[in-house]
Unconditional design. Structure first.
Length: 382
């Protein structure tokens, strides 16, 4: 039976519906949503399970959830929109737009470096807490003042928690709007997409509770002190329970606190898959989308310790790391802590989105659960 899953989908996605239902019944999922947009048509829009750990509150059509690092895909879209307008150049130094950032040897760090995790500034010098991230002026001034942890542009080191502050401050300097305001007025509202960085108090009742993992991907006690990995993981140390706090929801954290569901994420990121225009709303042009696929790094990431390929703003497929994404033309993607995933496939006009509240154990990029859905979706479309 699949009556625990709601929404609509073409019959070819029956396996995807069944997988979601099975995972909810088994407890592998608490609540989740899956969406597939093909050539601008939402051919699958499914959801089910529960919005709370106690499994008392159903996951509904308008449930939203903290999507962790899947947020970065929207933050990158905001920057690319400014590029498309001619207001921002990814090959210019960050300091062109944010002069204070030139301090301590960062004068040559380019905008593309902070968008592709190669800037050498993958976190904050410690001590630095999650609560410190909520203070925009304090957190961005700290980033401007510190030195890079490796030679910028030579390797990627995942900008886990601070990418939204780095790119967001450039967006603010160029547009005059905070990142969350830019995303709301320039992306979510024009597209009619239920996406926010943070969440409004009036939406708290429909925000799903994050259900933390039992096992981290890293045993933090084994990390080499003062390595980029150690510095990033402790600057600040992530706590999955933080996403359930009111202060987190009110903050402007473009790396980690987007609130959405699969449908709204597919709506926003289909911008890339559909050539830059969604239902007549133009956010990007084809030449700007081409920038995404210019490879910036390809090798072992200094923070995550796995092989990664980065374009400008987005991950590019790397079979050794995410085997469920096919080698089939131009594809870009990224995921969130615990297993959420958004995939853009412009050559097929395809966007795949999966957002959930139960975090899978040991996830670095894509969970086993996400991989089964992605594989089944591509099989259905074969």
């Amino acid at each position: 039976m699949t009556d625990t899953v709601h929404g609509t989908a073409d019959a070819r996605f029956d396996k995807v519906r069944s997988l979601l239902a099975d995972n909810i019944r088994s407890g592998a999922e608490v609540g989740a949503s899956i969406a597939v947009d093909l050539h601008g048509e939402m051919v699958a829009d499914l959801w089910g399970g529960y919005a709370d750990a106690a499994r008392t509150k159903p996951w509904s059509a308008d449930t939203i959830v903290n999507i962790w690092s899947s947020t970065k895909t929207v933050t990158s879209l905001a920057a690319l929109m400014l590029v498309d307008r001619g207001d921002l150049d990814v090959f210019e130094p960050v300091a062109t737009y944010w002069p204070e950032f030139a301090a301590n040897g960062k004068e040559a760090v380019e905008v593309r470096h902070i968008m592709s995790h190669t800037s050498g500034v993958s976190g904050w010098d410690t001590p630095f807490s999650i609560e410190d991230m909520f203070d925009w002026e304090k957190s961005t001034s700290r980033l401007a003042a510190q030195a890079p942890w490796w030679e910028p542009g030579t390797a990627s080191g995942y900008h886990a928690s601070n990418m939204g502050h780095l790119v967001g401050e450039v967006v603010r300097r160029v547009s005059g709007k905070t990142l969350k305001e830019f995303v709301r007025t320039e992306i979510a509202e024009p597209l009619g997409a239920d996406f926010q960085i943070g969440a409004l108090p009036s939406d708290d009742h429909r925000v799903a509770e994050i259900v933390p993992f039992k096992r981290r991907a890293f045993d933090l006690s084994t990390l080499v002190p003062d390595s980029p990995m150690w510095k990033t993981m402790f600057g600040p140390e992530g706590d999955p329970n933080s996403a359930n706090a009111e202060a987190w929801r009110r903050a402007d954290l473009g790396a980690v606190n987007g609130h959405a569901n699969a449908r709204s994420m597919a709506r926003v990121l289909s911008t890339i898959s559909l050539g830059g225009t969604v239902d007549g709303v133009r956010l990007l042009g084809p030449e700007t989308i081409d920038l995404i696929f210019q490879e910036q790094a390809n090798g072992i990431d200094l923070v995550l310790g796995v092989p990664l390929r980065w374009g400008i703003g987005y991950g590019l497929p790397q079979p050794e790391t995410v085997s469920s994404i096919p080698d089939d033309g131009r594809i870009c993607f990224w995921g969130g802590w615990g297993g959420s995933m958004i995939i853009m496939h412009p050559d097929r006009g395809l966007t795949i989105s999966y957002m959930m509240n139960k975090m899978s154990d040991g996830v670095i990029i894509s969970s086993d659960i996400a991989d089964t859905y992605i594989t089944a979706i591509y099989e259905a479309l074969a």
